[in-house]
Write a protein that binds this ligand. Structure first.
Ligand code: AMP
Ligand code: MG
Length: 507
C-alpha cells in the first residue's frame, strides 16, 4: 500500500490520462458494431496535440503529452472508461451499393460531453484492423493524416461544421501502399460518426427494428426536439436535409471540394467528414475535380449540391419503413421534405454570396450579379479566394483600389464591366464602405489550405521528418480571416510548377 503511494509520488507522470468517457453508442445492440481494441504500434510519437480542443473535451493537455497519454492516442493503451468498437455501416460508393463497409481502420474509443455540453465521439483513425477491414491493414499513412489535420482544423476556423483533429501520432512503423509510407494515427473528434450509410446498413438487411433503434438513438443525440414532433422520424429527416443543405452551401462558399461524397462519408450530424482526396479550389471553375479516383467528375465542385440531394434521397429510401405503413403516403411525405433541400441550399448559398459581395440589403437581381462574376472568373481562371478577398479592398472607386483584384483577370475588361455594375448596386444601399468591408472580410477568407502548401507540408514531414511547414500551416490557418502580412506567401496561388492536379484518398 505504502509502496504504491510512494511510486505515485515519485513518478507523477506515470498516471493514465483521464478521459471522462460517458458512452452511449456501446449500449446499442451488438449488431451495430464490433468490439475491438486498437492494435499496438512499435513506437508512438506525438506530432501534434490540439490543446484548445483537448480542453474543450475536458482533457488535460500535459497528461496527454506524457508517455501514457501518447500511448492512448497511438492506440497502445486503452484508457479507463473506453469501450473500443468499430461501427457497422454500408454505403453507395460512386453510386454503387456496398452492403457492408464499416470502420475498417477507425476505432471509436468512447464519447465525452465537452465543456459546451455537446457529446462528441473520440475515435482513432489508423488504429489497426477490425472485422470490417475487408483485407485492408487498418492503418493510415502520415501524409493523409496530416492532410486531414490541416484541412479539418482549417474548416473549423473558417466556420464550416466539421469533425475535428485532436492529435497526430506517428507509429514508428511503415505501411505498404504503392510504396512504403510512414504510418500514423489520427485522433478524430465528431458530434457522432453516424452516417447516411449507417441507416442504409440496417435498411439493406431489412432490419427495421435496428433501423428504428438507430433513428431513436440519433434523434436523442442530435435532434431531441424531433422526439416530441407529430411525426418524429420525418422531422428528424427534415433536420438532416437542412443540415446537409447549409453544409454544402458553406463548402461552395469557401471553394471546398470533398472529393468522395459517398453516403458512407455523409454525416447525419451535418459535419464535413472523411477528408480523403479533398481539396480547396485555386482557380474557379465549376467542373473542378482533384480526386484521382473521381474519373467521371461525379463529385466535381459544381456537382456537390446535387450529389448531396441524391445522398439524401437514398437516405429517405432507407428510412421509408419509419415514415408510416402506407408506403405511397410515406413516399409522398419523404419527397416533400426532400424537395425542401433546394430552397434551403439556395437560401444559404445566396445569402453567403451576398455577404461575399458586400450586399447588405437583399434584392432579387443579386443572384445574377453574383453569377456573372462567377462566369467571368471561370472564363478567366481567376483565383476563387483572392478574387473575393480582393473585392474587400476594391470598394473605393479609384483605379488603385481595384488594381490587385483586376490583375487576377488576364483580360480585365469583362471584370471592369462587372465591377461597375457591382459598385452601382452597392451605391443603392445606406451602408458605409467601412462597415461593408468588415462584412466582406468576415465572409471572404484570406487563407485557405491551398493544395500546394498542404503538399509541401506533407512532403517535408514524410520524406525529411520536418514538421515545421505543417506546424506553420496549421498556425496560419487558425486565423483565416486575418491579414497576417508575415504570412503573405501562404495567400498566393501555386506557381505552374507547384500546381497539384490530383489528390489521393490514401487508403
Ligand atoms: P474511405 O474511402 O476512407 O471513406 O474508406 C472506405 C471504406 O474502406 C471504409 O469502410 C474504411 O474503413 C475502409 N478502409 C479504408 N482504408 C482502409 C485500410 N487501410 N484498412 C482497412 N479498411 C480501410
Ligand atoms: Mg469513409
Amino acid at each position: 500500500m505504502y509502496c504504491r503511494l510512494d511510486l505515485a509520488v515519485l513518478s507523477p507522470t506515470r498516471q493514465d490520462p483521464h478521459f471522462p468517457f460517458e458512452n452511449t453508442y456501446a449500449r446499442l445492440p451488438d449488431r451495430f458494431f464490433a468490439r475491438v481494441s486498437p492494435t499496438p504500434v512499435t513506437n508512438p510519437q506525438l506530432v501534434r496535440l490540439n490543446e484548445p480542443l483537448a480542453q474543450e473535451l475536458r482533457l488535460d493537455p500535459p497528461t496527454l503529452r506524457t508517455q501514457e497519454g501518447v500511448a492512448v492516442l497511438g492506440g497502445n493503451r486503452v484508457p479507463e472508461g473506453a469501450e473500443p468498437l468499430a461501427m457497422a455501416y454500408a454505403g453507395f460508393q460512386f453510386g454503387n451499393w456496398v452492403p457492408q463497409l464499416g470502420d475498417g481502420r477507425a476505432i471509436l474509443l468512447g464519447e465525452i460531453v465537452g465543456r459546451d455540453g455537446v457529446r462528441r465521439d473520440v475515435q482513432l483513425k489508423g488504429a489497426g484492423p477490425t472485422r470490417f477491414s475487408r483485407g485492408g491493414d487498418g492503418r493510415a499513412g502520415l501524409g493523409p493524416v496530416l492532410r486531414e489535420y490541416v484541412v479539418s482544423e482549417a474548416m473549423a476556423r473558417l466556420g464550416v461544421p466539421t469533425t475535428r483533429a485532436l492529435a497526430v501520432v506517428t507509429t514508428g512503423e511503415q505501411i505498404v501502399r504503392e510504396t512504403l509510407l510512414p504510418g500514423a494515427v489520427l485522433a478524430r473528434v465528431a458530434r457522432s460518426h453516424i452516417r447516411v450509410g449507417t441507416f442504409q446498413f440496417f435498411a439493406g438487411r431489412g432490419d427495421t427494428d435496428a433501423l428504428r433503434a438507430l433513428a431513436d438513438y440519433t434523434i436523442a443525440r442530435h435532434d431531441p426536439a424531433a422526439a416530441d414532433a407529430e411525426q418524429p422520424y420525418l422531422t428528424f429527416f427534415r433536420g438532416i436535409v437542412e443540415r446537409q443543405a447549409t453544409l454544402v452551401a458553406q463548402w461552395q462558399l469557401v471553394g471546398f471540394i470533398h472529393g468522395v461524397m459517398n453516403t458512407d462519408n455523409t454525416s447525419v450530424a451535418g459535419e464535413t467528414i472523411d477528408y480523403g482526396p479533398c481539396a480547396f479550389m485555386d482557380a474557379y471553375h465549376p467542373q473542378t475535380v482533384y480526386s484521382s479516383i473521381d474519373r467521371a467528375g461525379r463529385y466535381a465542385y459544381g456537382q456537390q449540391p446535387s450529389v448531396a440531394r441524391w445522398n439524401l434521397a437514398s437516405l429517405a429510401q432507407a428510412l421509408l419503413p419509419l415514415f408510416g405503413d402506407d408506403e405511397e403516403a410515406a413516399v409522398a411525405r419523404a419527397t416533400e421534405v426532400l424537395e425542401s433541400f433546394q430552397a434551403r441550399f439556395e437560401d444559404a448559398y445566396r445569402d453567403g454570396l451576398r455577404r461575399k459581395l458586400g450586399v447588405t440589403e437583399p434584392r432579387d437581381d443579386d443572384s445574377a450579379l453574383a453569377d456573372d462574376l462567377l462566369t467571368c472568373m471561370a472564363e478567366s481562371g481567376a483565383d476563387f479566394t483572392l478574387t473575393f478577398r480582393g473585392l474587400c479592398d476594391a470598394l473605393g472607386d479609384t483605379p488603385s483600389a481595384s488594381a490587385a483584384v483586376r490583375r487576377l483577370f488576364p483580360e480585365p475588361s469583362a471584370f471592369d464591366a462587372w465591377a461597375a455594375r457591382w459598385r452601382q448596386r452597392l451605391a443603392t444601399e445606406q451602408c458605409s464602405n467601412a462597415e461593408r468591408r468588415d462584412v466582406m472580410r468576415a465572409a471572404n477568407p484570406r487563407f485557405i489550405p491551398r493544395n500546394h502548401l498542404v503538399e509541401e507540408a506533407i512532403v517535408a514531414a514524410t520524406t525529411r521528418g520536418e514538421f515545421g511547414p505543417f506546424e506553420t500551416l496549421v498556425e496560419v490557418l487558425t486565423h483565416p480571416y486575418d491579414d497576417q502580412p508575415a504570412n503573405e506567401r501562404c495567400t498566393r496561388p501555386p506557381r505552374p510548377d507547384q500546381v497539384v492536379r490530383q489528390t489521393f484518398c490514401g487508403t
